[in-house]
Design a protein around this ligand. Structure first.
Ligand code: ZN
Length: 417
C-alpha cells in the first residue's frame, strides 16, 4: 500500500514538472513573432522536450545512472528546465515590444556574420563538417554562455547591458565587440582536442627557444591562456581594427587591475598586443593606426611593472611577458594541427579576414529538435554520468560561465570576454 502511494506521488510529481515546463514554453512561444529566428529555436526546443519525454522511459538504463526511474525522469525534466530558463532570457528580450529588440537584432547579425565566416572556412578549408550550423543567439545579461546541446542547437552568448544604452555610443560599441570574441569561442569549443594539441606543440616549441630559466617560468602560465588568446586572434581577424580598438580600450581601462589576471585570461594590459600582432597579419594597412593608439594608452612605465602571477622569488616585467606572449601568438598562427587536418590557425584567420562580404551565409535555420531514433547517447550527454554521492547534474550542464574576474564599472556590473 505504501509503495503504491509513493509511486502515485512520484508519478504525479513527474507529470506536473513535465507539464509545467511545456506550458511555460508554449506561452512564450505564443508571444514571439511568427517566422522569427527566436521562435524557430523555441519550437525546436519544444520538439526536443516532447521527444525526450516520449522516449525517456525506453532510454532509462539503471546500470548507467544508478537512479530509480521516476528520479531519472525528474532529472531529465530538470536539466531541460534549467536550459529553458536560459533560453527564456533570450526569448523575453525579443518579444514584440521589447526595448532591446533593435539592439539584439544588431548583435545577432554580428554574431551570425562572425560565426558563419569561421564555420565556412573551417568546413571548406579544413574539412570540419561536424560543426553546428546554428549561429549563436545573443542576449543582454551577465556574462555567461551556454550550449543548449552539442548538436545543431545554437550557443547563447551574452553581452553587457551597456550594448543597449543609447546615451553612450562608445560604451555601446565597446560592448558589441564582445561578440566576435565569443563567436570564436562558440566554434572552437566544438573542435575537441584543438587546444590540447596546440598546448603540446607550442609547449615543446617554446621549450627549445633560447631563453633562460627565469623567463621559462612564464611559459606554463601563458599556456593556460590559450583558449582566450585564440579567441582574441579570431576576433581581430573577424572584426579587424574595430575589434582591436574597442577591445584595447576595455582591456586597458581599469588602472588597478592592469597587472592581475585569473588563470585562464591573459593580463588585460597585454591583450591589445595580441590584437596588434594579429592585425599586422590580417589587416596590415590598419596596423600602424592601431599601434599609435596602443602607444598612447599603454605607457612604458606600465610595461615595467612586475608580473604578479608568479611566485615572488621570480621577477619578470610585463614587457618580458609580452615578448614571450608574442612568441606564443606566432606559434599559434603557424603550427599545423591534426585537429585542423594539417592546416594552421593562421590560414584560417587569414581566410576569415579576407571574407569581407557580410551577407547571410546560413540560408535556413537548422532543425535540431528531433531526437535521433532511440539514441541513449543524447540523454547521456544531457545529464551526464551519475555520481552516486551527488546524483544531480553538475552546474556546467546548465551553463558554462566565462566570467572574467575584472569588474569594470564602465558599462555594466560585469566585464566582457
Ligand atoms: Zn573569452
Amino acid at each position: 500500500m505504501i509503495i503504491q502511494a509513493r509511486e502515485e506521488i512520484q508519478l504525479r510529481r513527474v507529470n506536473s514538472e513535465r507539464e509545467g515546463l511545456l506550458h511555460d514554453v508554449e506561452i512564450w512561444k505564443g508571444v514571439l513573432p511568427p517566422d522569427s529566428m527566436i521562435r524557430h529555436h523555441v519550437e525546436q526546443f519544444e520538439q526536443l522536450c516532447t521527444g525526450m519525454f516520449d522516449r525517456v522511459g525506453s532510454l532509462y538504463d539503471q546500470k548507467r545512472w544508478k537512479l530509480d526511474e521516476p528520479t531519472f525522469d525528474s532529472l531529465v525534466i530538470n536539466v531541460l528546465g534549467g536550459k529553458w530558463v536560459l533560453l527564456r532570457q533570450a526569448v523575453i528580450q525579443r518579444t514584440e515590444n521589447s526595448p532591446y529588440l533593435k539592439t539584439l537584432n544588431d548583435l545577432d547579425a554580428i554574431a551570425e556574420d562572425c560565426y558563419q565566416r569561421l564555420n565556412t572556412v573551417l568546413r571548406n578549408k579544413c574539412g570540419l563538417l561536424d560543426l553546428s550550423n546554428s549561429s549563436p543567439v545573443s542576449y543582454l545579461g551577465p556574462i555567461a554562455r551556454i550550449f543548449l546541446f552539442d548538436e545543431e542547437a545554437p550557443c547563447l552568448i551574452s553581452t553587457p547591458f551597456g550594448a543597449a544604452n543609447e546615451s553612450n555610443e562608445l560604451g555601446q560599441e565597446l560592448c558589441r565587440q564582445t561578440i566576435p570574441h565569443e563567436a570564436a569561442h562558440a566554434i572552437f569549443e566544438q573542435i575537441p582536442g584543438l587546444t590540447d594539441e596546440l598546448r603540446v606543440k607550442t609547449a615543446s616549441a617554446l621549450a627549445t627557444s633560447k631563453v633562460g630559466k627565469r623567463l621559462r617560468t612564464i611559459h606554463p602560465v601563458m599556456l593556460n591562456w590559450l583558449d582566450e588568446v585564440i579567441a582574441d586572434m579570431a576576433g581581430t581577424a573577424l572584426a579587424s581594427l574595430d575589434f582591436a580598438r574597442s577591445a584595447s580600450v576595455i582591456m586597458t581601462m581599469p588602472e588597478k587591475t592592469l597587472g592581475i589576471t585569473d588563470e585562464t585570461h591573459p593580463i588585460p594590459l597585454l591583450r591589445p598586443f595580441i590584437h596588434l600582432w594579429t592585425l599586422q597579419k590580417t589587416s596590415p594597412e590598419t596596423a600602424p593606426e592601431f599601434e599609435e593608439i596602443l602607444n598612447a594608452i599603454v605607457s612604458n612605465d606600465q610595461l615595467d611593472i612586475p608580473f604578479e602571477s608568479l611566485p615572488s622569488i621570480v621577477s619578470v616585467s610585463m614587457r618580458e611577458v609580452r615578448d614571450e606572449l608574442y612568441k606564443l601568438v606566432d606559434l599559434i598562427w603557424k603550427t599545423n594541427l591534426d585537429t585542423l587536418n594539417s592546416h594552421s590557425l593562421g590560414e584560417v584567420f587569414s581566410a576569415v579576414a579576407e571574407m569581407k562580404v557580410s551577407k547571410r551565409l546560413a540560408q535556413e535555420l537548422p532543425a535540431w529538435g528531433e531526437l535521433r531514433k532511440g539514441d541513449p547517447e543524447v540523454v547521456f550527454r544531457l545529464i551526464g554520468p551519475s555520481n552516486p554521492s551527488s546524483p544531480l547534474p553538475a552546474s556546467p550542464l546548465y551553463l558554462d560561465p566565462i566570467c572574467c574576474p575584472l569588474k569594470l564599472q564602465f558599462c555594466c556590473s560585469s566585464t566582457v570576454m
